[in-house]
Write a protein that binds this ligand. Structure first.
Ligand code: ADP
Ligand code: MG
Length: 313
């Protein structure tokens, strides 16, 4: 058995007002594509950003994040910079903040490759053009000379994805990379990730609202609720035989899983306010199977499920 490329243990992310990630643990194996789903506010982005230490200044981190065995929470700023881009890349929902507005797109992608070893100018510009072409950007040689504001949002997202995969990273973290894009562009980006995974063995942690994407791309699925992992298992099992009531509720809200547009929609009730203490299982106020002890003690994540009752679903 190989070592995990990413190993998160008992991760906590706290703001002065609330703890928003509480005790998250999971591994990502080399070459594995892992999906993360959960309602808005469940701590998906904070978990993802913790890996690259891209959190707001007021956030406090606890626990352990090991990338290829090295503790990320102990890394110096220089170590973190070296890791970003070359070894771990991230694609965000809003790519505007990820490009420098005064530099040409192609130069920024080339720069990312130069930082991590590639030096030859001709090789660089050819590689930039082929990366842009691979994300569906036509006339890539000319487009490489454009500035970020000259690209539409969808094109920036594609260019950002091209930059993220430029160095064939060991791990790509994609936080709702296709949410704002039309379906054709979504497909291109997902295909690029699939190719990258197949050719470079890049492991992918993919945060998404789209169950169809999860079903087609991810072998494993993690479900988050209120800053916790509530279910973690093989995608086909989680989708067809969910074991946590929250996962079950989420899937009830998807009209049909085989529909390309099968997106997760909100379920009844509200997730708990992280600033308000809530005893027991964080899902208990919304859970149809709630029992007395669910209101008292928080269940541990055991055998991939965080539930005392484990009803037949
Ligand atoms: N700078 C911040 N200060 C305080 N709370 C924050 C800050 N940023 C995010 N949060 C809170 O952290 C929680 C988790 O956010 P996030 O990880 O972005 O959720 P998700 O990506 O699952 O939608 C949310 O309740 C959000 O309001
Ligand atoms: Mg998010």
């Amino acid at each position: 058995m190989s070592e995990p490329v990413l190993s998160i243990r008992d991760l906590h992310v706290s703001f002065p007002t609330a703890t928003v990630v509480q005790g998250v643990s999971f591994d990502v194996m080399p070459g594995e594509i892992v999906g993360v789903v959960g309602e808005s506010g469940s701590g998906k982005s904070m978990t993802a950003r913790s890996v690259l230490r891209l959190l707001p200044k007021s956030a406090r981190l606890g626990g352990s994040i090991r990338f290829r065995g090295q503790e990320v929470l102990d890394m110096s700023p220089a170590d973190i910079r070296a890791m970003r881009g070359a070894l771990v890349s991230m694609v965000f929902q809003d790519p505007m903040t990820s490009f420098n507005p005064v530099l040409r797109i192609g130069d920024q992608i080339a720069e990312a490759m130069t930082l991590h070893g590639q030096k030859d100018r001709k090789t660089l510009s050819d590689r930039v053009a082929s990366l842009l072409a691979s994300v569906g950007i036509g006339n890539p040689k000319a487009r490489a000379r454009a500035y970020p504001h000259e690209f539409s949002g969808g094109m920036r997202q594609r260019a950002l994805t091209a930059m993220a995969v430029a160095n064939g990273p060991a791990l790509l973290i994609a936080d709702e990379p296709t949410t704002a894009l039309d379906v054709t562009v979504q497909d291109q980006i997902l295909q690029l990730m699939r190719d990258l995974n197949a050719t470079s063995g890049t492991a992918i942690l993919l945060i998404t609202h789209n169950i169809a994407v999860v079903a087609s791309l991810c072998r494993r699925l993690i479900v988050m609720y209120a800053g916790r992992v509530v279910e973690d298992g093989p995608t086909d099992e989680v989708l067809t035989a969910p074991r946590h009531p929250y996962t079950w509720s989420l899937l009830q809200s998807v009209p049909r899983l085989d529909r390309a547009t099968g997106r997760l929609v909100a379920i009844k009730g509200q997730p708990p306010d992280p600033a308000e203490p809530l005893a027991g299982c964080k899902f208990h106020p919304r859970c149809p199977w709630v029992e007395e002890r669910c209101t008292r003690d928080e269940p541990p994540l055991e055998d991939g499920v965080r539930c005392w009752v484990r009803p037949a679903l």
